[in-house]
Write a protein that binds this ligand. Structure first.
Ligand code: GUN
Length: 294
């Protein structure tokens, strides 16, 4: 039976570390501020935004929430981003994705000041990460990397397979694993014989958004499995959350595995707060805290 990687507990420790640093900044009269922009009423996004706001305040930061109607014009959203870029009280800006279809998400993301881009989605941060330079690193893959390092120590030379090629998770995850000297394969919906590719992995990261797709037979005995999926399914007449990995069969084969919920999810928000702290330190020319970034 696999070791269960406790993302919830790990995230609480990361937030405590962030809170300690935020308290130290308060002595210099600096309060980090995180602005979250939500356009429309996507229910999952509303849940995320609410819990982000609550945890931001809990670590001692200021939370600015901008909720805009679904029919907001692109120009209006761009104008808000410009105001947040210029606001010295705002150190981090997050525009919740997905955006409504009439808005060009790339245009909006690339309008964010890269120094305030706590999601790490701006093309300049993507380029910095890809070339091994200091960047803002996307929160979900950063949280996965922290758990992997904590569980495995050095990742050097390990065979890593990332299933999923999104800009939010798959691609930056692959860059981070490469940065830690893994041999990285990015698999996706068109990959031939996906189970065989997954079975090569010492580290398997599932980020495809398909409920319980990865079964125990796809997993190399002893592998470390990171399940990024959060899928709401109806089971026995009840709504519940499951990952992209079939936990029951996978846990019999894997060496370690993250649960859903309580794995990657809480780490994502903890890393968002860590990124906001780091952006604040950089904006003020202060030394960055250790251990909170890639
Ligand atoms: N939607 C789902 N995940 C994310 C994320 O990490 N950041 C943003 N901005 N939107 C998301």
């Amino acid at each position: 039976m696999a070791i269960i990687i406790d993302g919830k507990g790990f995230a609480a420790r990361v937030r405590a570390q962030v809170a300690e640093q935020v308290a130290a900044l308060a002595g210099r009269g600096i309060v980090p501020g995180l602005a979250v922009v939500l356009v429309g009423e996507d229910p999952a996004s509303q849940v995320y935004v609410r819990s982000k706001g609550k945890l931001t305040v809990e670590v001692g930061m200021r939370s600015f929430e901008h909720k805009l109607p679904a029919d907001t014009a692109e120009a209006e959203l761009l104008a808000l981003v410009e105001r947040l870029n210029a606001d010295p009280a705002v150190n981090g800006i997050l525009v919740q994705l997905p955006l409504p279809a009439h808005i060009n998400a790339d245009l909006v993301i690339n309008a964010i000041d890269p120094a305030k881009d706590v999601d790490g989605f701006h093309i300049s941060n993507v380029g910095l990460l890809g070339t091994g330079q200091k960047a803002m690193v996307p929160c979900t893959p950063l949280g996965c990397l922290m758990m992997l390092r904590d569980h495995l120590g050095s990742l050097s030379g390990l065979e890593a397979v990332v299933v999923g090629r999104s800009n939010i998770v798959g691609k930056p995850m692959a860059q981070l694993l490469l940065g830690d000297s893994c041999t990285v394969t990015v698999a996706h919906s068109r990959t031939r014989d996906l189970p065989a590719v997954c079975r090569r992995a010492d580290i398997l990261v599932a980020a495809v958004g398909r409920p319980e797709m990865v079964s125990g037979e796809w997993i190399k005995p002893g592998a470390t499995v990171i399940d990024v999926g959060i899928n709401r399914v109806e089971r026995d007449g009840r709504s519940r959350l499951v990952g992209d990995v079939d936990f029951e069969s996978a846990a019999k084969v894997a060496g370690a595995i993250t649960p859903v919920p309580g794995g990657v999810g809480p780490m994502t928000i903890a890393c968002l707060l860590a990124n906001t702290l780091i952006a604040t330190c950089r904006a003020n020319g202060l030394a960055e805290p250790e251990g909170l970034t890639a």
